[in-house]
Design a protein around this ligand. Structure first.
Ligand SMILES: Nc1ncnc2c1ncn2[C@@H]1O[C@H](COP(=O)(O)OP(=O)(O)OP(=O)(O)O)[C@@H](O)[C@H]1O
Ligand code: SF4
Ligand SMILES: [Mg+2]
Length: 327
């Protein structure tokens, strides 16, 4: 299910370290429609979290946005430019990998979830009722009993459900998910993904879901943006991108992805490591690790170019990439 106009549109976002000026996120553009999930995948340090955090103005103090605009769709109006802090608690919510660090340990679960409605002027009684409804909606068993518990008394999976209930308590239109299942075992991870999918459909939420794991992204995202060393290097509908990658890095991620079904296979790993921020190689930033690199790849970093409906890649040799070609 997708709307006709994006809920959010980010154009040419760049983030740099204030002191050194080193660029950490480089010219990222993306949009998400209502009811749609955009996945962002990439190795550690590729800029996934900074991209999400910048939407809410939650960048660490040492970093700043050097360029880019965020446009958000309001209740009645169309897309309009916004300042990130305007979005916090007003249309956009975020859930993180480690819920314990985001749950105030001195507050009971019910009060944590009721805090969102309370901040919007809802009475104490109505906010407490709303918290119980939200805890039930996200599958917390025995909500009345759990509402009286402290965060440390819950399992990791239940804490993540509480985080999701807190995120929903401000009635968001856009939910930002930063590796929300990474710290969980696979059974609980599966349950949380199912929950997020259900909420997206039932509430028509726009979702951005970040993970380093393409198998998670391929399960939940309609479209996927692949990030490498601060840039989006490939983008497209998830099925098409996984079936027929048009960037060698995406293909390498696919080959290192555990199979969801079928017999276990020996996974390939990607040779080498990503460049350190501020020490990018000349030319294509993936060139030192790329099995398809040719001389031209070392001359200039290829721009992200459209290669068909809803697909884009930043690879000089994308046209030569055929399904099944070994990388
Ligand atoms: N506070 C900070 N000061 C300086 N550099 C930072 C800071 N936070 C992040 N970075 C750098 O910015 C780059 C992108 O970081 P980011 O956290 O967005 O990566 P990520 O893709 O989310 O990685 P991970 O999968 O490990 O969460 C990395 O090189 C990281 O070292
Ligand atoms: S531009 Fe060249 S080095 Fe970069 S990904 Fe494509 S083939 Fe590899
Ligand atoms: Mg991260």
């Amino acid at each position: 299910m997708t709307g006709t106009e994006p809920v959010i549109e980010i154009a040419n976002l760049s983030i740099a370290a204030a002191q050194s000026g080193v660029t950490l996120v480089d010219d990222v553009s993306l949009h998400v429609d209502a009811g749609e999930c955009l996945g962002i995948v990439g190795e550690s340090g590729s800029g996934k979290s900074l991209t999400l955090r910048s939407i809410l103005g939650l960048l660490p103090p040492a970093l700043h946005r050097t360029q880019g605009t965020v446009r958000f769709q309001g209740e009645k109006e169309g897309l309009r430019p916004v300042e990130p802090r305007e979005l916090r608690g007003h249309g956009v919510s975020m859930i993180f990998q480690e819920p314990m660090s985001s749950l105030n340990p001195t507050m009971r679960i019910g009060d944590l979830v009721a805090a969102g409605p309370r901040a919007r002027g809802v009475s104490r009684r109505a906010a407490a009722d709303q918290a119980l409804r939200l805890l039930a909606e996200v599958g917390v068993p025995h909500p009345e009993q759990r509402a009286r518990a402290w965060p440390h008394q819950l399992s990791g999976g239940l804490r993540q459900r509480v985080m999701i209930a807190m995120a929903l308590s401000v009635e968001p239109r856009l939910l930002l998910c930063d590796e929300p299942t990474t710290a969980l075992d696979t059974t609980v991870q599966d349950q949380i993904l199912t929950l997020v999918e259900r909420l997206r459909i039932e509430r028509g939420l726009a979702l951005i879901f970040v993970s380093h794991d393409l198998s998670v992204i391929s399960r939940i995202a309609d479209r996927t943006a692949v990030m490498y060393a601060g840039r989006i290097i490939e983008h497209g509908p998830t099925g098409a991108l996984v079936d027929s990658p048009r960037h060698p890095y995406t293909r390498a991620l696919i080959e290192s992805m555990p199979q969801l079904h079928g017999p276990p296979v020996r996974l390939k790993t990607i040779n080498g490591s990503p460049p350190t921020a501020g020490r990018l190689p000349p030319g294509c930033r993936f060139a030192p690790r790329c099995p398809l690199a040719v001389d031209a790849c070392h001359q200039a970093d290829p721009p992200l170019l459209n290669i068909g409906p809803h697909r884009a890649t930043a690879c000089l040799r994308q046209a030569e990439m055929n399904v099944g070609e070994p990388v």
